[in-house]
Design a protein around this ligand. Structure first.
Ligand SMILES: [Zn+2]
Length: 373
């Protein structure tokens, strides 16, 4: 039963070392494969690591895996990449298929077990195709209920603070309605740099890097297959595919084609700066002849339903407040950090086994359909 443990390291550096060690295995199939490390946020040893190898004879298709866009979520993403290197590499044809694996798109967040990066930016709200298209005050409900989302002082008594937060949220729900508050969370915001769901006020280094790779793959290959690995959303211990609205097929069609139970689509009207959405838009505008599959894959933790949503919201808001304002009591600080880990990188053996099992299922569903394996 201890089998999954070595896929789930305790630190960013251990995870990165494991990733770097996949190069040898990949070189057995693609001798020209290269590992590159791009430093993000100068002065610290935080790098985006990438293993890249071109198809050896004809550039028909390329497999693209990205992990750690949301820092702490990268541990599960790296585990899936590790699993892939162990179990699926042999089934690929290096003559016609290239490979591009990315570890730790937000390395600072991964190292510090935060979801956002060193500038408090949610990188999945930072990749706008046309930056001028989004006004700074795009998120009206967030603005109206901003006290819900912004840090408001040191945490002195966690029980009291949690009760206050629940009362505030209940009031906002009554005033604005459930869908408005959900929209305020999902859309991201570009106004309050210490608030949750902040999309930044400039392009972050990680976003520049990812966009460059999107261009490169779309320009060089006939078909790009991209799986972006995340955690938290969807039913507990299950995998969920989250597709961009620009994906032309609807949810039922996708379910039939890929044989997956959990598939969701989001709309760019309600979500700004998402990276798979940027990928689809880029293809459509600049590389219309290239085929693209690109979606997020989430491993569920807290589950679905209003109770789970309240727990998620409370966790995100308290962790952000703890980061900016701190907590008086060590027990309170630890409780918040543990709850944050339970949401994005659970320690339970059961969840970790589910990541491997469901990860295999997702890899096979997509890569068989897309003729990668
Ligand atoms: Zn995520």
């Amino acid at each position: 039963m201890s089998e999954p443990l070595h896929y789930f390291p305790k630190s960013y550096e251990e995870s990165r070392a494991a990733f770097r060690s996949h190069l040898d295995k990949i070189k057995e199939k693609w001798p020209e494969a290269e590992l590159t490390s791009e430093t993000i946020s100068a002065g610290e040893d935080n790098t985006i690591d990438m293993i890249y190898a071109n198809a050896r004879k004809s550039k028909d298709k390329v497999l693209f895996f990205t992990s750690g866009e949301h820092g702490i979520e990268g541990y599960a993403g790296a585990a899936v990449i590790h699993l892939f290197a162990d179990e699926y590499l042999d089934q690929m044809d290096p003559d016609t298929t290239g490979i591009c694996l990315i570890h730790g798109l937000n390395p600072w967040g991964m190292r510090n077990f935060r979801r956002v990066n060193e500038n408090n930016v949610d990188l999945n709200r930072n990749q706008l195709y046309d930056e001028d298209s989004v006004p700074e005050d795009v998120n009206k409900y967030y603005e109206k209920e901003s006290e819900l989302f912004l840090p408001n002082g040191t945490i002195t008594d966690l029980t009291k603070d949690k009760n206050e937060l629940h009362a505030q949220l209940t009031k906002a729900l009554a005033k604005e309605g459930y869908s408005a508050i959900k929209e305020a969370k999902g859309m991201g915001q570009f106004e309050f740099e210490k608030g949750v769901y902040y999309g930044g006020n400039k392009e972050e280094e990680s976003a520049v890097f990812l966009k460059k790779m999107q261009h490169r793959l779309l320009s060089e290959y006939s078909k790009v297959i991209h799986m972006d690995w995340h955690t938290a959303l969807g039913p507990t211990n299950e995998i969920t595919m989250v597709a961009s609205e620009l994906e032309e097929r609807d949810e039922d069609e996708l379910k039939n084609l890929y044989g997956m139970k959990n598939i969701q689509k989001f709309t760019p009207k309600k979500v700004k700066g998402d990276s798979t959405n940027h990928f689809h838009k880029l293809r459509k505008e600049e590389y219309p002849d290239t085929k693209l599959f690109s979606a997020l894959f989430e491993f569920g933790t807290f589950g679905e339903g209003k109770k789970a949503e309240l727990r998620e919201f409370t966790t995100i808001v308290l962790e952000n407040r703890l980061f900016w304002e701190g907590a008086e009591k060590e027990d309170d600080r630890q409780w918040i950090l543990d709850e944050f880990k339970a949401m994005f990188y659970p320690q339970e053996q059961e969840w970790r086994e589910a990541v491997l099992k469901e990860g295999r299922f997702g890899i096979e569903a997509v890569l068989k359909k897309e003729e990668i394996i």
